[in-house]
Ligand binder design. Structure first.
Ligand SMILES: Cc1cc2nc3c(=O)[nH]c(=O)nc-3n(C[C@H](O)[C@H](O)[C@H](O)COP(=O)(O)OP(=O)(O)OC[C@H]3O[C@@H](n4cnc5c(N)ncnc54)[C@H](O)[C@@H]3O)c2cc1C
Length: 286
């Protein structure tokens, strides 16, 4: 779906409650965790859904608003007055213009990262495919997230173990980033997943770039290959569901790795098509 196609006709107000940089100062990437209080009591969402943020203009080409999506990174909580609180993890973006070589700031991500507690913003939504939790608690879940793609899984895993409870299927979380410093929510200072390591069913693995300061892709191959036997077995099991979130580039990288696992890319594409058709492969890529 194109950004123009999202319904933005009923925006509502949200207040920034807190904003914290969650990548260390020495990391190249600045990712901030921003908590918003939604000034609408009936706002509801499911893990994996995103909100829209409307950045007020003036903007180029006469656009009234600059509109971008951000995935909700936590499960439900509310203020004492009962207003919904949501958490988003925003990476401050910049890009280099190919012609001029000039560096431009991404509009929405910089707008959000520059907000202070108490500021008001306009949001819309929620939108998008929610990551549906399978009915069967014996279902196996393979979760693959890159960069800020960890956000929906933070909410999803918490939902599975705390709200749904008594999960018996295997949960395997693969988290990729360019450097260890960019592994938000799963680093030596703060690991929001530690509380699940005691669960017999939960295991998490990190995939990093081999040479972090080069433009090398995340080493999914190395990380997944070490567990290829279990992954292939799980993929062959009709009770396994795969969820992928984060950077678009992840799709091609995973196709290559899974193609190797399956012995050929054709075989993998056939298997993937079956998984997609059966509702067992869900992507949230951007
Ligand atoms: C479903 C969904 C969920 C998302 N969830 C998150 C999330 O949880 N966290 C998060 O940080 N992001 C998320 N994103 C990405 C986010 O919506 C924005 O795309 C991102 O923050 C950049 O937006 P921006 O307005 O800051 O940058 P923009 O102003 O749109 O520009 C920055 C980007 O646009 C491109 N670009 C624009 N113009 C040019 C040009 N002239 N030359 C070269 N490149 C150009 C470049 O790729 C550049 O990186 C999500 C996206 C989707 C679709």
């Amino acid at each position: 779906m194109r950004l123009d196609d999202y319904d933005k006709s009923k925006p509502f107000d949200a207040t920034v409650m807190s904003t914290v940089r969650i990548t260390p100062d020495e990391a190249d990437a600045e990712i901030r965790e921003i908590v918003l209080e939604i000034n609408r009591h009936d706002f509801d969402y499911k893990p994996g859904q995103s909100i829209g943020v409307l950045v007020p203009g003036p903007h180029e080409f006469g656009h009234e608003h600059h509109f971008r999506l951000y995935t909700v990174a936590d499960t439900h909580s509310r203020s004492i007055e009962g207003r919904p609180w949501i958490t988003i993890a925003v990476r401050r973006c910049a890009y280099i213009d190919e012609f001029s070589g000039e560096r431009y700031k991404g509009i929405a991500s910089n707008f959000l990262c520059d907000r202070k507690a108490g500021d008001h913003i306009e949001i819309t939504g929620p939108y998008g495919y929610a990551f549906e939790v399978p009915q069967d608690k014996n279902a196996n879940l393979i979760l693959i997230g890159a960069g800020t793609g960890i956000a929906p899984f933070r909410a999803f895993v918490k939902h599975i173990y705390q709200d749904v409870g008594n999960w018996r299927g295997k949960v395997r979380l693969f988290y990729g980033a360019h450097t260890g410093l960019e592994l938000v929510y799963m680093n030596e200072h703060r690991d929001d997943f530690t509380q699940y390591y005691d669960e017999d069913t939960f295991q998490a693995f990190k995939a990093l770039s081999p040479r972090p300061h080069w433009a090398d892709p995340i080493a999914w191959d190395y990380c997944l290959e070490k567990r290829s036997e279990e992954i292939v077995e799980l993929l062959g099991n009709p009770a396994t569901y795969v969820y992928v979130a984060g950077l678009e580039a992840t799709r091609d990288q995973l196709d290559e790795v899974f193609g190797d696992f399956m012995g050929s890319s054709e075989r993998w594409q056939r298997r993937k098509a079956e998984l997609v058709a059966g509702g067992r492969w869900t992507e949230l890529l951007y």
